[in-house]
Structure formats: structure tokens, C-alpha cells
Design a protein around this ligand. Structure first.
Ligand SMILES: *Cc1c(COP(=O)(O)O)cnc(C)c1O
Length: 374
């Protein structure tokens, strides 16, 4: 079998990217709110049905700016079942992460355990729509209102996801997106802040440009987080293909579900079972129950590799097990996240992965279970 990786960046037709780049030469404008950047921001606003969008150089910078701009203090409640970026953004801003366990149904923050973790020092909640599964936004909203907490959603996985026909980006104070090459929608590297309150705009613009408000006034300790024209060109073009790409990934997902249906000990998620959710098919995570499947997740991962299939143990280890955090911040029990991280495996999904390849991967999984050895 030819090498199959867990993901592959989407590349739009090269000639079309070149015509976009031609426009950069015509404009002679490379970065700092260029014409393509502005056009892309408008296009995204429309696609995501967002009130305000602020483009930045990557998703991590979006998180950093969100945290800085809300002037959070003390503790931020978040999930340990996420990418390193989420927690690093909290800690590097001098805040203390409080890890709340996840629920087993969709692996997002467990709202039943959340309220107990709130203290006088809590200033915000930073949940993650992991794999594009929407968090329990109604309950998070209720809790945030009750305790006057800010909510920043890490929506890096949730491009295009809707809840009750509303864009998921419109909940909480700020939602951040990542447009990294490996994400469902990308601008090579890139990210965005999406928010309802217009008054944030000034501060976001300053924070991504060294805190500069104008020639004479430098108001904040800002960094450099601007999106350049080459990124915006990729974004404008990929926006044209996003709907077809989601449809293709939906076909891949449905094929996986069909081929895996009868394999004992392998479970997958069907977010659309909840009629309120319009899903984006960004990832295909499975859970391997080693007792009924007969092999552990790590064994499956290794055997797939021998067949040239590179899946990913995403998320493992969880954040509370990171060397940089395990001796600090991690005294709260996150039993579900810990258990799930040893069962989870993301199978390959990307535009261009054929249904035959999906079938082959599932045949291997079927075969592993039936064989005693490798
Ligand atoms: C990718 C990702 C980020 C960081 O985004 P970058 O664009 O890579 O900086 C943050 N949070 C989550 C959950 C991610 O998957």
C-alpha cells in the first residue's frame, strides 16, 4: 500500500493561486492590511456569518491576542484534551490553567464538572470544540453569565460547524480559528478572532501590530501577528473550494462508518445524530476498546504503520501529562480525558483520500482483530 498519512494539506489549482499572486505584484502590497487581506476578511465574514473577524498570522496568536485583550486575571478553566497551544497561551500570559475533565459523549469539556472548579480567582472559561464537536454552549453560557466569566472558544477544529443553524463562531465572547495547513480550511499558516463586540476591534488591531494605534500612540505591549497577502491569497482561493471539500470529506466519513460498523471494540462519533449540529467532517477519530477489540490502541497504531498507514494518537499525551505542566497545575482528577487519550486514534482523512483506500484501512483493522499475532 502506498504511504497514507493522517492528513494532507489541501492544495487548490496552482494556476489559480498564481493569478492571485499576480494581483500582489500589481498591488505592490505584501502585508499590513493589504487588499487581498481585506477581501478575504469580507469573504470569511460572509461564509461564517460572523459579525466581526480579525485575521492573524496563526491560530496561536489569535488565542494569545484573545487572552491579552480581555485582560484576564488569576485562573482560566480549560480542557486537558486539546492541542498544546490552548494551554500554552494561558500559561504564557501568566494565568493559571484549571483543568476540567471531558465528557465521554463528544470529548468536549464536561459542563457537569465545570461549576465546581470556579473560584474567586476564575476569570474565564476556555473550552475547545474538539474535532469540530460543539461544546455544550448553552450550559457554558449559563454558567459564564451566572459567575460573570468571559468565554473564549478554541474553535480551531470547528470551521464551518453550525449549531441550531447558527455559525458556531458566534457563541462566547471570542472564538478563535486556526488556518494551519493541516486544518480543514487553511491559509498555509493563519488564524482569526471572531467576535460580536465591535469595541474589541481597535485593541486586536493594535495587539497584532506591536501595540501601535497610530504613529504617535503605542498603547499596548503587542507582538507581530499580521496576516500577509500570500496567506490571504491562499485563503481567498480555498474559500472557493471549502464546500466541495467538506462534501468529499463527508463521503470519506460515511465510508469509514460503513466499513467499521461491524468491527467489535471500535467506536466512532456521529455528531450529526444530534439534529442541532451541522458537522464539518474535519477529523475521523475512533476509540479502541482493547478488551473487546483484542489489541491496544498503541498496537493498532504500530500495525497500521507497518502497512504504511500513519494514523495519529491525537490527543495523547493529554496536557496534564506534559513535562512542562505535570508537576504544576495538575492536581485535579481528569479521569475521562486520561482514559480516552489511551483509546483514541485519528484515522487518515483528507481531500484526495479514495474510498478504496478507506476500505483498505478498514480491512486491515478487521484483519488485525481476527489475527492473533500481527
Ligand atoms: C491547530 C490548533 C491550534 C493552533 O493553531 P496554529 O494555527 O497552528 O497556531 C490551537 N488549538 C487547537 C485545538 C488546534 O488544533
Amino acid at each position: 500500500m502506498k504511504k497514507i498519512t493522517v492528513t494532507r494539506p489541501y492544495l487548490p489549482p496552482k494556476e489559480e493561486y498564481i493569478s492571485m499572486i499576480d494581483r500582489i505584484w500589481e498591488n505592490e502590497w505584501l502585508t499590513n492590511k493589504g487588499p487581498l487581506h481585506n477581501e478575504f476578511a469580507k469573504g470569511l465574514e460572509k461564509y461564517l456569518d460572523a459579525s466581526n473577524i480579525n485575521l492573524v498570522v496563526n491560530g496561536h496568536m489569535a488565542l494569545d491576542i484573545a487572552i491579552k485583550s480581555l485582560e484576564l486575571k488569576g485562573e482560566v478553566i480549560t480542557t486537558p484534551f486539546t492541542f498544546a497551544s490552548t494551554t500554552h497561551a494561558i500559561v504564557s500570559n501568566g494565568l493559571k490553567p484549571i483543568f476540567c475533565d471531558i465528557n465521554e459523549n463528544d470529548l468536549t469539556i464536561d459542563v457537569k464538572k465545570l461549576e465546581n472548579l470556579i473560584s474567586d480567582d476564575t476569570s474565564a472559561i476556555l473550552p475547545v470544540h474538539v474535532y469540530g464537536h460543539p461544546c455544550n454552549i448553552e450550559e457554558i453560557n449559563r454558567i459564564a453569565n451566572k459567575y460573570k466569566l468571559k468565554v473564549i472558544y478554541d474553535a480551531a477544529h470547528a470551521f464551518g460547524v453550525k449549531y441550531k443553524n447558527q455559525s458556531l463562531c458566534n457563541f462566547g465572547d471570542i472564538s478563535i480559528f486556526s488556518f494551519h495547513a493541516t486544518k480543514l480550511f487553511h491559509t498555509i499558516e493563519g488564524g482569526a478572532l471572531i467576535y460580536k463586540d465591535d469595541s474589541y476591534t481597535r485593541k486586536f488591531n493594535a495587539l497584532k501590530n506591536f501595540g501601535i494605534e497610530n504613529e504617535e500612540i503605542i498603547s499596548y505591549v503587542g507582538g507581530n501577528g499580521k496576516m500577509n497577502e500570500f496567506q490571504a491569497a491562499m485563503g481567498l482561493l480555498n474559500l472557493k473550494y471549502i464546500d466541495t471539500n467538506i462534501i468529499e470529506r463527508k463521503k470519506i466519513t460515511l465510508a469509514y462508518r460503513t466499513f467499521l460498523k461491524n468491527i467489535r471494540g471500535i467506536n466512532y462519533f456521529v455528531p450529526e445524530k444530534n439534529k442541532d449540529i451541522t458537522y464539518n467532517y474535519s477529523y475521523f477519530p475512533i476509540l479502541i476498546e482493547s478488551n473487546s477489540y483484542g489489541k491496544s490502541r498503541d498496537e493498532v497504531y504500530e500495525i497500521l504503520k507497518k502497512h504504511n498507514v500513519y494514523s495519529r494518537r491525537y490527543f495523547w499525551p493529554i496536557v496534564t501529562e506534559f513535562d512542562c505542566y505535570k508537576n504544576e497545575f495538575c492536581d485535579i482528577d481528569v479521569e475521562v480525558a486520561s482514559r480516552i487519550s489511551k483509546q483514541i486514534l485519528c484515522l487518515p482523512i483528507y481531500n484526495g483520500l479514495s474510498i478504496e483506500e478507506v476500505e483498505e484501512i478498514c480491512l486491515i483493522l478487521n484483519h488485525i482483530q481476527k489475527s492473533k499475532g500481527v
